[in-house]
Design a protein around this ligand. Structure first.
Ligand code: GN1
Ligand code: MG
Length: 340
């Protein structure tokens, strides 16, 4: 991580006085995130946006502005980004990087252990989020084109295997075979979309459990954060990503695969909550919804393995082979889910 930035100058541009402490925050794999505090109390979240991935920051911040306005107008607690003096926009360039600052949401925490009661409430919150944002569907740009398109992810995977840029393909025959033999099943929703049987809806598209803020006792969703990927998608994205992480017995990068199982109690409770608020679902969406966790564990396996094959150019890694460990964990999870 490049940490020789002049944080005081960056913060000053966002109207934040000197004397603040800046420390790394969270475990996001794409942007670099920092907590800005007065030494005691957290005040702001500073982020260096990964512009290799989010190439159109204007569109990104414009989408987020629209999303947060709708959420705030309906009484939801949401992210609030601060305008920079140098640009008049909610981001600014400093030291060759692009930065944004939002208010810290106090009295909140992320959780890693989800109970059925929390899962029910989160499912309900996800359905509400999707319902509230439905009216802005046509106003949102596609920040990351084809982001949750399974066919696209498989194309990228096959391209990576063909190129074999780092000579890693040879050791991956089991993983590659698993992906190839399940590709057809995983891409059913895309085919149904083309046949006009499934709609696109505004989804969060990154509802892994660490992107949700809970009340300090961990029982209620306080805010849905990390709004970079809010965009039209097939509806399975959000319950898929939430259950891929929340109903998994381990972290998404557990190296000991014997520890990985899928918690059916969490799945049942989350789906119950979701169906209470997602009253907009069509019959086809309801029928395919139970396949969402499998589909997203599978998609994540494909994405992690693709990145491993390409030489770890997309996801931040903490050790050599991290993306392979992640991919194997997601394959194990997909096998455990085994939803027929
Ligand atoms: C990334 O930004 P972060 O770490 O919340 C990724 C998600 C993956 C997730 C896997 C823009 O999310 O799609 O599901 O890692 N975000 C992007 O942990 O690719
Ligand atoms: Mg993200």
């Amino acid at each position: 991580m490049k940490d020789n930035f002049d944080f005081a100058a960056i913060l000053a541009d966002f109207g934040i006085g000197s004397g603040c402490e800046v420390k790394p925050l969270g475990d996001g794999l794409i942007n670099h995130t920092y907590c800005v505090s007065d030494g005691d109390k957290p005040l702001y979240v500073l982020q260096q946006i990964n512009t290799d991935i989010f190439t159109d920051v204007d569109m990104l911040q414009d989408n987020i502005g629209k999303v947060t306005s709708v959420l705030a107008a309906s009484g939801k607690l949401t992210l609030h980004f601060i305008a920079a003096a140098s640009t008049g926009k909610t981001y600014a360039r400093h030291g060759g990087a692009v930065w944004r600052v939002s208010d810290y949401i106090a009295n909140s925490r992320t959780i890693s252990e989800v109970t059925p009661e929390t899962a029910r409430m989160t499912g309900r919150a996800i359905g509400e989020f999707e319902a509230l944002l439905a009216p802005v569907a046509s106003d949102l740009g596609e920040t990351l084109p084809r982001f949750h398109d399974m066919e696209y992810r498989l194309e990228q995977f096959e391209e990576a295997v063909r190129a074999d840029a780092c000579g890693r393909v040879e050791e991956l025959s089991d993983e590659i075979a698993y992906i190839r033999s399940n590709g057809d099943r995983a891409t059913e929703p895309e085919r149904l979309f083309r046949a006009g049987m499934l709609p696109k809806r505004v989804c969060h598209c990154d509802t892994k459990v660490s992107n949700l803020l809970f009340t300090p006792d961990g029982t209620e969703v306080k805010a849905v954060i990390d709004l970079d990927t809010v965009m039209p998608s097939l509806v399975f994205s959000d319950m898929g990503d939430f259950l891929r992480t929340a109903a998994c017995s381990t972290a998404e990068d557990e190296p000991d695969r014997s520890k990985i199982s899928f918690r059916r109690d969490i799945y049942d409770a989350a789906m119950e909550g979701y169906l209470e608020s997602a009253t907009f679902l069509t019959d086809d969406e309801r029928r395919l919804l139970p396949t969402a966790p499998w589909r997203f564990a599978f998609m994540q396996a494909v994405r992690f393995l693709t990145d491993y094959i390409n030489g770890d150019t997309y996801y931040r890694t903490s050790y050599p082979g991290h993306n392979l460990v992640r991919a194997r964990a997601q394959i194990k999870l997909a096998e455990e889910i085994n939803v027929k």
